[in-house]
Design a binder for this molecule. Structure first.
Ligand code: OOG
Ligand code: NI
Length: 465
């Protein structure tokens, strides 16, 4: 139907990200405080470093820095994951990667919904880490049955949202008017509810199994549990939180501080204690408590290749093993020191990361190519020589995804440490996840590989023209 003007998925995604952030600022004022802090620190970094500024400008990231954020939700049943995929697709967000968190003591598996084109990402970088509860990992059969019964009856989407998802699928997009109704209706699913759908006794039973299970099962919907702005200096944010009365998590997840940041570093403020009223207790004055929602900060660095990821996992694993698992408040300093020490084995300059094939880059031609000898057709095999001779230059490709060990650390710090010590023997189950999702997830590494290749091909085409 050509007479209908549809708005772009980027428009809908940005609109949704904005109203979600406004809602969360209202629900969790400390998140607004965190945004201010991050904004100040980012401006400070940019005013002090021409190099960082130039790098962000050349890769297209500068425009997105202030709108950049991710959030997270936890779903209870396959229908919810399946429909969430359809909902996010309306906003141009697709499932990328599979993360198994059961091995780290959290009974969920997850993906991240995000844009998959570089330009689309730069226009609207909003993403959502989305987890599905692994009901099969609940060892108490009676409780497992109860969880299934409670979730069976739950509908987390509004009728109007479902209608507009259908409409968008059938017609290939939404008009501006429909898009506005859609984002408002979709937002309802992510809203916090201060009344639980279960009584206090059931809540305690769910909590006893795992705090996360209570968070997923006891409420009307999958409230957004955190939003995360991107900072250019996470160490600065970590030490500055206290001065704004924001209580920080004990340690930063991910790699140590580096000259050339890799992957993703994350920290958060601790989950709030919020008042809830349990079923059957409305009006009798009895008020309970629930802890789930928090604020997070991320610093993104260059994406690494499989070789780089293997090295990262080896060095991180070695550090964790030496201190006996996840770091605690008591050994955080010792952990950070050891981490920095061990990561000396990970090259810390972009040229070396490139030549050792440890990280992914955008390739650009330089002015010098105007005078390049045209006596041969250049191919991928010539890339390193062209780089050395100054015909090409590289810019780090930012890591757009998540890290399972870090994610588990974020979960744990906000759910309580007891849960983190639990071990689930259940093996990772990507095929079940994809069956519930209704399609396979995008393969994480391939995405970076393809994008790097695209920039290389573009350079070669220019040189050979
Ligand atoms: C998700 C935790 C993981 C991240 O940034 O790694 C996460 C959750 O708590 O539901 O958001
Ligand atoms: Ni997060």
């Amino acid at each position: 139907n050509t007479d209908k003007a549809f708005v772009s998925p980027e428009y809908i995604r940005n609109r949704f990200s904005t109203i979600m952030s406004d809602m969360y600022k209202n629900e969790v004022p400390l998140y607004g405080e965190l945004l201010d802090l991050v904004h100040d620190i980012n401006n400070d970094v940019l005013s002090k470093s021409e190099e960082i500024k130039e790098q962000l400008e050349n890769t297209g990231e500068m425009t997105r820095l202030n709108m950049e954020r991710h959030g997270a939700i936890r779903l209870g049943k396959p229908y919810e994951l399946f429909t969430m995929r359809r909902l996010f697709k309306v906003m141009g967000m697709f499932p990328v990667g599979y993360y198994d968190l059961a091995t780290a003591g959290v009974p969920v598996h997850s993906t991240a919904f995000r844009a998959i084109e570089n330009t689309a990402l730069n226009q609207a970088p909003f993403r959502v880490f989305t987890s599905l509860l692994r009901i099969d990992l609940i060892d108490n059969e009676e409780l497992r049955n109860n969880v299934e019964t409670i979730l069976e009856k739950r509908q987390i989407f509004t009728e109007k949202a479902l209608e507009l998802i259908d409409k968008s699928e059938k017609e290939g997009g939404l008009t501006k008017e429909d898009a506005e109704i859609f984002v408002q209706e979709a937002l309802e699913t992510f809203r916090w509810h201060d009344t639980a759908t279960v009584d206090h006794e059931m809540y305690e039973a769910l909590l006893g199994q795992h705090r996360l299970i209570a968070d997923v099962v006891a409420f009307k919907g999958p409230h957004i549990n955190h939003l995360t702005p991107r900072t250019l200096d996470i160490d600065k944010v970590q030490v500055s939180m206290a001065s704004r009365n924001i209580p920080p998590k004990d340690n930063i997840e991910g790699p140590p501080t580096r000259k050339c940041p890799i992957l993703l570093r994350q920290t958060s403020f601790k989950a709030l204690t919020e008042k809830v009223t349990f079923k059957g207790e409305i009006g009798n004055g009895k008020i309970g408590e629930h802890k789930a929602r928090f604020g997070e900060i991320e610093q993104r660095g260059v994406a690494v290749t499989q070789k780089g990821l293997d090295l990262y996992n080896e060095l991180l694993g070695k550090t964790r093993k030496a201190i006996g698992g996840s770091p605690t408040a008591e050994n955080a300093a010792e952990y950070n020191q050891l981490l920095a020490e061990n990561f000396k084995a990970f090259p810390d300059n972009y040229n070396e990361l490139q030549s050792e094939k440890l990280a992914y880059f955008h390739y650009f031609t330089t002015d010098k190519v105007k005078n390049i000898a045209k006596d041969k057709a250049y191919t991928k095999a010539d890339i390193n020589q062209l780089l050395k001779d100054g015909y090409l230059t590289i810019m780090p490709m930012v890591y757009e995804d998540f890290l399972p060990v870090s994610a588990a650390g974020i979960f744990a710090s906000n759910l309580g440490t007891d849960d983190a010590k639990r071990e689930y023997k259940g093996t990772s189950n990507q095929s079940l996840f994809e069956k519930d999702l209704g399609e396979p997830v995008y393969v994480l590494m391939k995405w970076y590989e393809d994008m790097q290749d695209e920039t290389i091909q573009k350079c070669l085409a220019e040189i050979n023209a």
